[in-house]
Ligand binder design. Structure first.
Ligand SMILES: Cc1cc2nc3c(=O)[nH]c(=O)nc-3n(C[C@H](O)[C@H](O)[C@H](O)COP(=O)(O)OP(=O)(O)OC[C@H]3O[C@@H](n4cnc5c(N)ncnc54)[C@H](O)[C@@H]3O)c2cc1C
Length: 262
Protein backbone atom coordinates (compact mmCIF):
# COMPACT_ATOMS: atom_id res chain seq x y z
CA UNK A 1 0.00 0.00 0.00
CA UNK A 2 1.09 3.59 -0.64
CA UNK A 3 0.35 6.52 1.63
CA UNK A 4 -2.93 8.30 0.98
CA UNK A 5 -5.18 10.88 2.61
CA UNK A 6 -8.46 9.59 3.99
CA UNK A 7 -11.64 11.70 4.02
CA UNK A 8 -15.06 10.91 5.36
CA UNK A 9 -17.46 13.63 4.14
CA UNK A 10 -21.06 13.77 5.33
CA UNK A 11 -22.59 15.32 2.21
CA UNK A 12 -22.33 15.00 -1.56
CA UNK A 13 -21.21 18.62 -1.90
CA UNK A 14 -18.42 18.08 0.61
CA UNK A 15 -17.30 14.90 -1.20
CA UNK A 16 -17.19 16.67 -4.58
CA UNK A 17 -15.35 19.62 -3.07
CA UNK A 18 -12.67 17.33 -1.61
CA UNK A 19 -12.46 15.51 -4.95
CA UNK A 20 -11.87 18.72 -6.87
CA UNK A 21 -9.15 19.83 -4.46
CA UNK A 22 -7.15 16.58 -4.47
CA UNK A 23 -4.39 15.41 -6.83
CA UNK A 24 -5.59 11.95 -7.77
CA UNK A 25 -8.63 11.08 -5.65
CA UNK A 26 -11.00 8.09 -5.65
CA UNK A 27 -14.41 7.63 -4.10
CA UNK A 28 -14.55 4.65 -1.74
CA UNK A 29 -17.75 2.61 -1.27
CA UNK A 30 -17.42 -1.03 -0.13
CA UNK A 31 -13.74 -1.08 -1.10
CA UNK A 32 -13.99 -4.64 -2.41
CA UNK A 33 -12.49 -3.71 -5.77
CA UNK A 34 -10.74 -0.44 -4.96
CA UNK A 35 -8.77 -1.59 -1.91
CA UNK A 36 -7.78 -4.84 -3.63
CA UNK A 37 -6.45 -2.84 -6.60
CA UNK A 38 -4.48 -0.60 -4.23
CA UNK A 39 -3.02 -3.56 -2.36
CA UNK A 40 -1.87 -5.03 -5.67
CA UNK A 41 -0.34 -1.64 -6.51
CA UNK A 42 -2.41 -1.36 -9.66
CA UNK A 43 -3.54 2.10 -8.60
CA UNK A 44 -2.25 4.60 -6.04
CA UNK A 45 -4.81 7.34 -5.38
CA UNK A 46 -3.58 10.36 -3.42
CA UNK A 47 -6.92 10.65 -1.55
CA UNK A 48 -9.66 8.20 -0.64
CA UNK A 49 -13.05 9.82 -0.20
CA UNK A 50 -15.23 7.43 1.79
CA UNK A 51 -18.84 8.11 0.78
CA UNK A 52 -20.38 5.76 3.35
CA UNK A 53 -21.24 8.54 5.82
CA UNK A 54 -23.29 10.46 3.29
CA UNK A 55 -26.96 10.26 4.28
CA UNK A 56 -29.64 8.60 2.13
CA UNK A 57 -27.27 6.69 -0.15
CA UNK A 58 -28.37 3.35 1.35
CA UNK A 59 -32.12 3.97 1.17
CA UNK A 60 -34.59 1.72 -0.61
CA UNK A 61 -37.89 3.24 -1.72
CA UNK A 62 -40.58 1.07 -3.27
CA UNK A 63 -43.64 2.57 -4.91
CA UNK A 64 -46.31 0.94 -7.06
CA UNK A 65 -44.28 0.72 -10.23
CA UNK A 66 -40.63 1.12 -9.37
CA UNK A 67 -37.88 0.55 -6.84
CA UNK A 68 -35.19 3.05 -5.97
CA UNK A 69 -32.10 1.37 -4.55
CA UNK A 70 -29.46 3.53 -2.87
CA UNK A 71 -25.98 3.25 -4.39
CA UNK A 72 -24.49 2.09 -1.09
CA UNK A 73 -26.97 -0.74 -0.62
CA UNK A 74 -24.89 -3.89 -0.20
CA UNK A 75 -25.29 -7.10 -2.16
CA UNK A 76 -26.09 -8.87 1.13
CA UNK A 77 -28.77 -6.35 2.19
CA UNK A 78 -30.40 -6.74 -1.18
CA UNK A 79 -30.29 -10.52 -1.00
CA UNK A 80 -32.32 -10.51 2.25
CA UNK A 81 -34.72 -7.61 1.52
CA UNK A 82 -38.06 -9.35 1.22
CA UNK A 83 -39.87 -6.23 0.00
CA UNK A 84 -37.54 -5.89 -2.98
CA UNK A 85 -37.62 -9.56 -3.69
CA UNK A 86 -41.38 -9.81 -3.59
CA UNK A 87 -41.48 -7.12 -6.30
CA UNK A 88 -38.58 -8.37 -8.45
CA UNK A 89 -38.19 -12.08 -8.09
CA UNK A 90 -34.65 -13.41 -8.60
CA UNK A 91 -32.84 -10.16 -7.76
CA UNK A 92 -31.94 -11.75 -4.39
CA UNK A 93 -30.60 -14.81 -6.21
CA UNK A 94 -28.31 -12.58 -8.28
CA UNK A 95 -27.06 -10.69 -5.21
CA UNK A 96 -26.51 -13.91 -3.30
CA UNK A 97 -24.39 -15.34 -6.13
CA UNK A 98 -21.82 -12.53 -5.97
CA UNK A 99 -18.36 -13.51 -4.67
CA UNK A 100 -18.31 -14.71 -1.07
CA UNK A 101 -20.02 -13.55 2.17
CA UNK A 102 -17.39 -10.85 2.87
CA UNK A 103 -17.70 -9.41 -0.64
CA UNK A 104 -21.50 -9.44 -0.37
CA UNK A 105 -21.51 -7.73 3.05
CA UNK A 106 -19.17 -4.90 1.99
CA UNK A 107 -19.68 -4.59 -1.79
CA UNK A 108 -22.37 -2.22 -3.04
CA UNK A 109 -24.63 -2.12 -6.07
CA UNK A 110 -23.42 1.42 -6.90
CA UNK A 111 -19.77 0.36 -6.64
CA UNK A 112 -20.35 -2.59 -8.91
CA UNK A 113 -22.04 -0.47 -11.56
CA UNK A 114 -19.48 2.35 -11.31
CA UNK A 115 -16.67 -0.19 -11.64
CA UNK A 116 -18.25 -1.64 -14.82
CA UNK A 117 -16.32 -4.89 -14.67
CA UNK A 118 -17.36 -6.77 -17.82
CA UNK A 119 -17.72 -9.99 -15.79
CA UNK A 120 -19.78 -8.48 -12.95
CA UNK A 121 -23.39 -9.48 -12.40
CA UNK A 122 -25.23 -6.19 -11.73
CA UNK A 123 -24.40 -4.57 -15.11
CA UNK A 124 -26.31 -7.28 -17.04
CA UNK A 125 -29.30 -6.97 -14.69
CA UNK A 126 -29.33 -3.18 -14.90
CA UNK A 127 -29.13 -3.32 -18.70
CA UNK A 128 -31.97 -5.83 -18.98
CA UNK A 129 -34.24 -4.03 -16.52
CA UNK A 130 -35.88 -0.73 -17.44
CA UNK A 131 -33.70 1.44 -15.22
CA UNK A 132 -31.92 4.73 -14.66
CA UNK A 133 -28.72 5.45 -12.79
CA UNK A 134 -29.06 8.62 -10.71
CA UNK A 135 -26.03 10.71 -9.79
CA UNK A 136 -25.43 13.94 -7.89
CA UNK A 137 -26.00 15.85 -11.12
CA UNK A 138 -28.24 13.83 -13.47
CA UNK A 139 -30.14 10.67 -14.29
CA UNK A 140 -28.55 8.37 -16.88
CA UNK A 141 -30.55 5.84 -18.90
CA UNK A 142 -29.19 2.33 -18.40
CA UNK A 143 -28.44 1.76 -22.09
CA UNK A 144 -26.17 4.83 -22.18
CA UNK A 145 -24.29 4.05 -18.97
CA UNK A 146 -21.76 1.28 -19.76
CA UNK A 147 -19.37 2.66 -22.35
CA UNK A 148 -16.52 0.11 -22.29
CA UNK A 149 -14.33 -2.17 -20.22
CA UNK A 150 -14.29 -0.61 -16.72
CA UNK A 151 -15.70 2.54 -18.33
CA UNK A 152 -18.98 4.34 -17.84
CA UNK A 153 -20.56 7.64 -18.75
CA UNK A 154 -19.75 8.94 -15.22
CA UNK A 155 -17.52 12.00 -15.04
CA UNK A 156 -14.55 11.65 -12.67
CA UNK A 157 -16.21 13.81 -10.02
CA UNK A 158 -19.68 12.27 -10.31
CA UNK A 159 -21.24 10.06 -7.63
CA UNK A 160 -23.96 7.50 -8.22
CA UNK A 161 -26.66 8.14 -5.64
CA UNK A 162 -29.29 5.53 -6.53
CA UNK A 163 -30.70 3.27 -9.21
CA UNK A 164 -34.35 3.42 -10.29
CA UNK A 165 -35.75 0.15 -11.58
CA UNK A 166 -39.20 -0.21 -13.12
CA UNK A 167 -40.75 -3.39 -11.73
CA UNK A 168 -40.90 -5.99 -14.53
CA UNK A 169 -43.42 -8.76 -15.11
CA UNK A 170 -40.51 -11.18 -15.05
CA UNK A 171 -36.81 -11.05 -14.28
CA UNK A 172 -34.19 -13.72 -13.97
CA UNK A 173 -30.41 -14.00 -14.09
CA UNK A 174 -28.23 -17.03 -14.51
CA UNK A 175 -24.47 -17.23 -14.76
CA UNK A 176 -21.83 -19.79 -15.48
CA UNK A 177 -19.44 -18.69 -12.75
CA UNK A 178 -15.68 -18.83 -12.54
CA UNK A 179 -15.29 -21.46 -9.80
CA UNK A 180 -12.68 -19.38 -7.94
CA UNK A 181 -14.02 -15.81 -7.96
CA UNK A 182 -17.69 -16.49 -8.84
CA UNK A 183 -17.44 -13.75 -11.49
CA UNK A 184 -19.44 -14.60 -14.62
CA UNK A 185 -17.67 -16.45 -17.42
CA UNK A 186 -21.04 -15.70 -18.99
CA UNK A 187 -24.09 -14.27 -17.25
CA UNK A 188 -27.52 -13.76 -18.84
CA UNK A 189 -30.25 -11.45 -17.48
CA UNK A 190 -33.76 -11.43 -18.93
CA UNK A 191 -36.44 -8.86 -18.12
CA UNK A 192 -39.97 -8.82 -19.53
CA UNK A 193 -42.42 -5.90 -19.54
CA UNK A 194 -45.67 -6.93 -21.28
CA UNK A 195 -44.34 -8.43 -24.53
CA UNK A 196 -41.14 -6.43 -24.46
CA UNK A 197 -38.20 -8.69 -23.60
CA UNK A 198 -34.59 -7.62 -23.07
CA UNK A 199 -31.73 -10.09 -22.79
CA UNK A 200 -28.46 -8.66 -21.46
CA UNK A 201 -25.15 -10.46 -21.19
CA UNK A 202 -22.12 -10.07 -18.95
CA UNK A 203 -18.79 -11.88 -18.94
CA UNK A 204 -18.87 -12.66 -22.65
CA UNK A 205 -17.42 -9.45 -24.07
CA UNK A 206 -15.29 -6.44 -23.08
CA UNK A 207 -18.45 -4.72 -21.89
CA UNK A 208 -21.92 -5.91 -20.85
CA UNK A 209 -24.31 -5.76 -23.80
CA UNK A 210 -27.90 -6.26 -24.89
CA UNK A 211 -28.35 -9.30 -27.16
CA UNK A 212 -30.54 -7.46 -29.67
CA UNK A 213 -31.50 -10.36 -31.98
CA UNK A 214 -32.38 -12.60 -29.06
CA UNK A 215 -34.37 -9.82 -27.35
CA UNK A 216 -36.34 -9.19 -30.55
CA UNK A 217 -36.98 -12.90 -31.07
CA UNK A 218 -38.28 -13.34 -27.52
CA UNK A 219 -40.42 -10.22 -27.72
CA UNK A 220 -42.23 -11.88 -30.65
CA UNK A 221 -42.15 -15.42 -29.37
CA UNK A 222 -41.53 -15.93 -25.65
CA UNK A 223 -40.52 -19.57 -25.58
CA UNK A 224 -37.40 -21.60 -24.80
CA UNK A 225 -37.31 -22.78 -28.41
CA UNK A 226 -34.73 -20.21 -29.47
CA UNK A 227 -32.51 -20.27 -32.56
CA UNK A 228 -28.88 -21.36 -32.08
CA UNK A 229 -25.88 -19.00 -32.11
CA UNK A 230 -28.02 -15.94 -31.59
CA UNK A 231 -24.91 -13.96 -30.64
CA UNK A 232 -21.95 -14.15 -33.02
CA UNK A 233 -18.77 -15.54 -31.46
CA UNK A 234 -16.77 -12.96 -33.45
CA UNK A 235 -17.37 -10.23 -30.86
CA UNK A 236 -16.84 -12.41 -27.76
CA UNK A 237 -13.90 -12.92 -25.38
CA UNK A 238 -11.49 -15.78 -25.80
CA UNK A 239 -9.30 -16.63 -22.77
CA UNK A 240 -8.04 -19.49 -20.61
CA UNK A 241 -11.50 -19.93 -19.11
CA UNK A 242 -13.53 -20.31 -22.29
CA UNK A 243 -13.30 -19.89 -26.05
CA UNK A 244 -15.49 -17.38 -27.87
CA UNK A 245 -17.47 -20.26 -29.36
CA UNK A 246 -18.08 -21.74 -25.89
CA UNK A 247 -19.24 -18.36 -24.58
CA UNK A 248 -21.64 -17.94 -27.54
CA UNK A 249 -23.11 -21.35 -26.80
CA UNK A 250 -23.39 -20.50 -23.08
CA UNK A 251 -25.52 -17.46 -23.94
CA UNK A 252 -28.02 -19.73 -25.72
CA UNK A 253 -27.92 -22.39 -23.01
CA UNK A 254 -28.35 -19.98 -20.07
CA UNK A 255 -31.17 -18.20 -21.92
CA UNK A 256 -32.95 -21.50 -22.52
CA UNK A 257 -32.52 -22.51 -18.87
CA UNK A 258 -34.05 -19.23 -17.69
CA UNK A 259 -36.96 -19.56 -20.10
CA UNK A 260 -37.66 -23.16 -19.09
CA UNK A 261 -37.75 -22.13 -15.40
CA UNK A 262 -40.13 -19.23 -15.89
C1 LIG B 1 -13.03 -11.99 -4.26
C2 LIG B 1 -14.05 -11.16 -5.00
C3 LIG B 1 -15.04 -11.79 -5.70
C4 LIG B 1 -16.00 -11.06 -6.40
N1 LIG B 1 -16.95 -11.72 -7.11
C5 LIG B 1 -17.88 -11.02 -7.77
C6 LIG B 1 -18.91 -11.68 -8.49
O1 LIG B 1 -19.05 -12.91 -8.49
N2 LIG B 1 -19.80 -10.91 -9.18
C7 LIG B 1 -19.74 -9.55 -9.16
O2 LIG B 1 -20.57 -8.91 -9.79
N3 LIG B 1 -18.79 -8.89 -8.47
C8 LIG B 1 -17.87 -9.59 -7.78
N4 LIG B 1 -16.92 -8.92 -7.06
C9 LIG B 1 -16.91 -7.43 -7.05
C10 LIG B 1 -17.85 -6.91 -5.97
O3 LIG B 1 -19.17 -7.01 -6.42
C11 LIG B 1 -17.58 -5.43 -5.59
O4 LIG B 1 -18.39 -5.19 -4.52
C12 LIG B 1 -17.86 -4.37 -6.64
O5 LIG B 1 -17.18 -4.57 -7.80
C13 LIG B 1 -17.40 -2.99 -6.18
O6 LIG B 1 -18.24 -2.52 -5.17
P1 LIG B 1 -17.67 -1.73 -3.93
O7 LIG B 1 -18.85 -1.13 -3.26
O8 LIG B 1 -16.79 -2.60 -3.13
O9 LIG B 1 -16.85 -0.55 -4.64
P2 LIG B 1 -15.36 0.03 -4.36
O10 LIG B 1 -14.36 -1.06 -4.42
O11 LIG B 1 -15.36 0.89 -3.15
O12 LIG B 1 -15.23 0.99 -5.64
C14 LIG B 1 -15.09 0.45 -6.94
C15 LIG B 1 -14.99 1.61 -7.94
O13 LIG B 1 -16.25 2.26 -8.08
C16 LIG B 1 -16.16 3.64 -7.66
N5 LIG B 1 -17.39 3.90 -6.90
C17 LIG B 1 -17.87 3.17 -5.87
N6 LIG B 1 -19.08 3.63 -5.49
C18 LIG B 1 -19.34 4.70 -6.29
C19 LIG B 1 -20.45 5.60 -6.40
N7 LIG B 1 -21.54 5.49 -5.62
N8 LIG B 1 -20.39 6.56 -7.34
C20 LIG B 1 -19.32 6.68 -8.16
N9 LIG B 1 -18.24 5.86 -8.11
C21 LIG B 1 -18.26 4.88 -7.19
C22 LIG B 1 -14.88 3.75 -6.83
O14 LIG B 1 -14.33 5.03 -6.90
C23 LIG B 1 -14.00 2.70 -7.51
O15 LIG B 1 -13.42 3.23 -8.67
C24 LIG B 1 -15.95 -9.63 -6.37
C25 LIG B 1 -14.95 -8.97 -5.63
C26 LIG B 1 -14.01 -9.72 -4.95
C27 LIG B 1 -12.96 -9.00 -4.15
Amino acid sequence: MYNFNFHSPSSLDEAINIYNNSDDPKFLAGGMTLLASMKQRLIAPSDLIDIRNIKNLSEVIIDGESIKIGALYSHHSLSINEDINSKIKNLAKLANGIGDPAVRKMGTIGGSIANSDPAADWPAAILALNSNINTNIRSIKNIDFFTGMFETLLADDEIITSIDIKIPDLFDYKKFPNPASRYAIVGVAIAKYNNDVTVAVSGASHTPFIAKGLSEFLSENFSSDIPKNTVSKDDLNEDIHASAEYRANLIDVLTQQILKNN
